[in-house]
Design a binder for this molecule. Sequence first.
Ligand code: PEP
Length: 277
Amino acid sequence: MKRKPMMAGNWKMNKTISEAKELALALKASAGAETKVDVVLCPPFLAIPTVAGAVAGSNIKVAAQDFFWKEKGAYTGEISAQMIKDGGCASVVIGHSERRGRFGKVEDDLVGEGLGPFGDNNTTVNTKTKAALDAGLLPIVCCGETLAERKTGKTDLVVKSQVLAALAGLSGEEIAKVVIAYEPVWAIGTGEVCDSAEANRVLGMIRGALAELVGDTAQAMQILYGGSVAPDNIEELMAQPEIDGGLVGGASLVAEKFQALIDAAAKARGGCCGCGG
Ligand code: PEP
């Protein structure tokens, strides 16, 4: 089955409000009319309303990088699903490895699951996924193995268990609304992209796990690759049948680079998904 690709730019803790506006306006000018690719921008919380305002009236959607699952209350420093929605988000990234405390190459032997400063783990990711769906937000749920796990042959075990844990207790209808992003921790921000055939294999494994839950519906679900995606490797990645786009950090911070990724995704899968393109 042909699926519409998605290109989601995770700006992480980058861009002041004015810088975020500038980047969003540049992308609105170049990608605002895009119909062949779901273009998503994930600015820092503070810039969400500004970015949402900047891209209003275009096809670009805005996502938050995280949220807390409670509706409201005494949770100092936290932000709810309703708040990010009110700010203009249609979507939210959940369980990024940097929030799970699973950092890149250098730290991944030092920091274990759930021990980082931000405390996400399989349980909180599941709770957040449910809460996002309840709020009408599209969850982009991250999974991925550390370098140590890959080196010891645990990639599939770790990734599958993260995916199944994230979706535990959800109905088939709910699962069908989730986007999965496979992001090998060792490839994030390191310039070391995962071999495209290997990324394709892992995504196929993930789709197989989804099929165990929702059958053929898994064929329609978007599964992204993330980890040092850049203009010079996007064509090879998008040529892989299981890769439905990217969750992109560094290369999403420069309008021309992110646009090159969007263009490559449109070219690779353009006009194939009933999107009218
Ligand atoms: C990310 O932020 O999820 C990511 C994959 O970062 P980068 O593209 O910089 O590796």
